[in-house]
Structure formats: structure tokens, C-alpha cells
Ligand binder design. Structure first.
Ligand code: HEM
Length: 137
């Protein structure tokens, strides 16, 4: 497993922990004053940095266009998710922002899984010796 794949796996595990923490925060009487909010914000901001790093490495490598699309979208959504999180704190947990924050969390989860599959396929293709070309006669 190379460094990018390892960081991707760390990101995926962190995302699941983050979603569990998010529901734990939302389940408390005063979410914006809850102590669980601290690790939730820290993991959220660290997650954004991790996704930015992964996206940069994908864009700098000769990877498939699909991987670039999936990671680019993941970065945009993670950025939006952090903004929505701050919106929740400032807006005192407004219902609309909460629903958007929950929906974006699920989308990021789906995209991270898709990103893992696409880059695994790209790695497999790069490891295979190129197929002999058959010229049309
Ligand atoms: C990218 C990472 C993040 C993910 C995947 C995530 C996910 C979640 C989820 C699934 C919930 C539960 C939502 C619900 O019950 O409907 C939640 C709640 C919450 N999140 Fe996040 N979150 C992230 C980042 C952040 C950040 C960076 C902040 C703050 C700056 C934040 C602030 C909050 C707050 C305040 C709540 C509770 C809202 C309430 O119940 O009033 N989140 N999060």
C-alpha cells in the first residue's frame, strides 16, 4: 500500500468516526455547547486538509480522469461541509443547515468509497504490463 492509499484509508476511517461523532453531538441537549463538538470540529478541519492533500496528489499523478473528478468533488463538498458546520454553530443549529450538513456527510462518504475504488483500479492498471497493440490489417 503506497502513502496516498494509506492516507485514503485513514481518511475513510476518520470520516466514519466523524459521522458517529456528528450524530452524538446532535443528540446532546445543547449541541453547540457540547464537549464532543471539539473533536468533531478538529477532525473536520484536519479532514479538509487531508482531502486537499489527497486531491493534490491525484491531480499531480497521471491518474484517470474519473479519479480527478471524484476527488475534486470530494474536496468541494468537504469545504462546504466545514462551512456548514460553522454555520450550524453561528446559526444555533438551524434545521435547514443541519439537514444539508447531514446530506453532505453521506455524499462525502459515497465519494470517498468511489475514490478508493477508482484509484485502486488506476493502480492496478499502472502495475499491469501494457497490452501488445494489434494493428488493423
Ligand atoms: C467534514 C467533516 C464533517 C462531517 C462528515 C460532519 C458530519 C456531521 C453529522 C453526520 C452530524 C449529525 C447531523 C444530524 O444529526 O442531522 C453533524 C452534526 C454537527 N456538526 Fe458536523 N461534520 C463535519 C464537520 C463539521 C465542522 C468542521 C463543524 C464545525 C465547525 C461541525 C459542526 C457540527 C455541529 C454543531 C453539529 C450538531 C448540530 C446540531 O444538532 O445542532 N461539523 N456533523
Amino acid at each position: 500500500m503506497n502513502r496516498t492509499a494509506l492516507l485514503g484509508a485513514v481518511g475513510a476511517v476518520g470520516l466514519v468516526i466523524q459521522i458517529v461523532l456528528g450524530f452524538a453531538v446532535a443528540g446532546t441537549a445543547h449541541p453547540t455547547e457540547s464537549a464532543i463538538l471539539v473533536p468533531h470540529v478538529v477532525i473536520g478541519v484536519a479532514g479538509l486538509a487531508l482531502v486537499a492533500y489527497l486531491t493534490l496528489s491525484i491531480f499531480r499523478s497521471a491518474s484517470l480522469g474519473t479519479a480527478r473528478l471524484v476527488y475534486g468533488l470530494t474536496l468541494l463538498l468537504t469545504l462546504a461541509q466545514v462551512a456548514l458546520g460553522y454555520g450550524l454553530i453561528l446559526g444555533g443549529g438551524a434545521q435547514g443547515i443541519l439537514m444539508a450538513h447531514e446530506g453532505v456527510a453521506v455524499l462525502i462518504l459515497i465519494l470517498m468509497a468511489a475514490g478508493g475504488m477508482v484509484s485502486a483500479r488506476a493502480r492496478r492498471m499502472a502495475a499491469q504490463p501494457s497490452q501488445p497493440q494489434t494493428s488493423p490489417s
